[in-house]
Design a protein around this ligand. Sequence first.
Ligand code: ADP
Ligand code: ZN
Length: 647
Amino acid sequence: MNNQDNNNNQGGNFFNNNPLLVFVIFAVVVIVIFKTFFSQGGLDNFSLSNSSTSTRNVSYSKLKSLIKNKQVDYVTIGNTKIKGMEKSLNSRGTVYVARRVIPDLSLIPDLEKSKISYSGVSEDNVVSDMLFGWILPIFIFFAIWMFLAKKMQKSMGGGGGLLGIGSSKKMINSEKPNVNFDDMAGNKEAKEEVAEIVDFLRSPQRYVKLGAQIPKGVLLVGPPGTGKTLLAKAVAGEAEVQFLSVTGSSFIEMFVGVGASRVRDLFEQAKKVAPSIIFIDEIDAIGKSRASGGPMGGNDEREQTLNQLLAEMDGFSSDGAPVIVLAATNRPEVLDPALLRPGRFDRQVLVDKPDYEGRIEILKVHIKDVKLAKDVVLEEVARMTAGLAGADLANIINEAALLAGRENKDEVAHVDFKEAVERQIAGLEKKSRRISEKERKIVAFHESGHALIAEVTKGAKKVNKVSIVPRGLAALGYTLNTPEENKYLMQKHELIAEIDVLLGGRAAEKVFINEISTGAGNDLERATDIIKSMACVYGMSDIAGLMVLEKRTNQFIGGQSQKDYSEQTAKELDSFIKNTLDERYLHVLETLEENSKSINEMAGELLETEVISGERVREIIKANGGSVFEDEDLHSEKKEKEEDKKV
Ligand code: ADP
Ligand code: ZN
């Protein structure tokens, strides 16, 4: 971006470059004009400007004595000042000026007595009145305005000046990146998902002639530093198209309408160079849900910008030469639903933090240009950096090289990496983005508990993947299940199996860590919900039999409901829920104890590699003499839809 900024200032005119100076000069000129004008023919025709008079400030008492002694022959009385013109033979007299003391009832009688002619005048400080009354405020206002305009101009990367506030040429960074998919390590799934886009950009005709609509927007979702920008660039690089990037926050300015005009510019520019990719980083800055207006009331500017973005996305057709918008966010949940509708950002690609293997690959990508000592073990660096993102790893390598350089070494040694990792982690721990060893262990056993129960319980969903790579803020780890396709009914034993799986996490903590943690909060809430629904909605308890106790206005578990039962029933319901939970928990504890070998092995592997597959989970259980429950009608080539189970 910088190379474009610099050459702009030379061309800028005087007005643009020196707004403050211009206004200082302007103000001085105005003041001088007023001053001369008013002092010559002004309201006070007591000729002050006469070059031959001199003015002397005196005390009021002195002036009064001058009056009494008839030493002045003409007096003007203003609101605050009184002036006496000295009696003199020619015009070279002195003007005595005194601040009035009010009230002074003897002043006029004294003047009369001394037969001095006098007149009342309006104050002769018109000039300063003007100056302080409105010239100065206007001047200050303009100065501030110019200052802000200049600052904004800078933040936009030069250009435009006052009249070009809305101009966006300089905040859009346009390039043809020479980055490709090989520069992005790990994240295989994400790369596979965007690979299609490369094809759309390269040969749109292939799709268009079949009547297909080329997608317009893809949302890249993931924590900071995981390579979302890199991925977007790689798509442009692979497709060899122009890459226009902006950050969402740069649309938001204090002037309403500026953001919208920038969005228009952005799309115009992209269409000119199509096929092209627009990349909007931090799209949540503009795309925040319109419902969530801040405490200051609605945010007009953001709303207009968002509307313009929606309009642009609906407006262009990607047929001839496509323009595809990639947008990155860390918080897809705050985005306005309108943004996610079909035809807009209807595709989401998860760009997650790398697991152990992924970290090794990323390290390898970034280490290419670094001279390594023989003792460097990348595997160990990867092991030390659990929970860190790609950007952190790139940082660590650079930091290690800097450390080695500082000591004048020829190669970067393992100790440098160790030191660099420690520094990076210390920095991140302050921002609490890394989990401690102790927590990792808890999470590993917790997730192993979920996974084991899921595999050995009849009716539970099979495990697809277990991970202790932290995901977002809420989940420290997760177990993905493979839900059966086209399943609309749940049998009672399946509901109970689900409760068991949910309790598996807490139970594993109890058995293997010997202390329970807050990590099971969400699990317990969901288990409680299921039991409650069994009793209240599905007629699966003895309390009410088939009687429905709660009408759900929403079909799903956890939806809103209308309660319709007595105090007595409420008590029975509570004890039913509690008893069922206790009973299931006991059962799960027993199951885990029976399979303690498997759990220990799974947790150990998780701590090592952070992710293990469902396959591997089943292998471990079988190897330790446990029996995995094979589902009767489980198809082998089942499509793997995934459902999260947070810690
Ligand atoms: P994000 O946009 O998700 O915040 P970036 O794309 O800006 O992250 O990543 C910052 C830098 O981190 C990249 O330029 C790259 O050097 C490094 N990086 C991140 N993820 C990866 C990865 N998967 N492979 C290689 N480098 C990565
Ligand atoms: Zn859990």
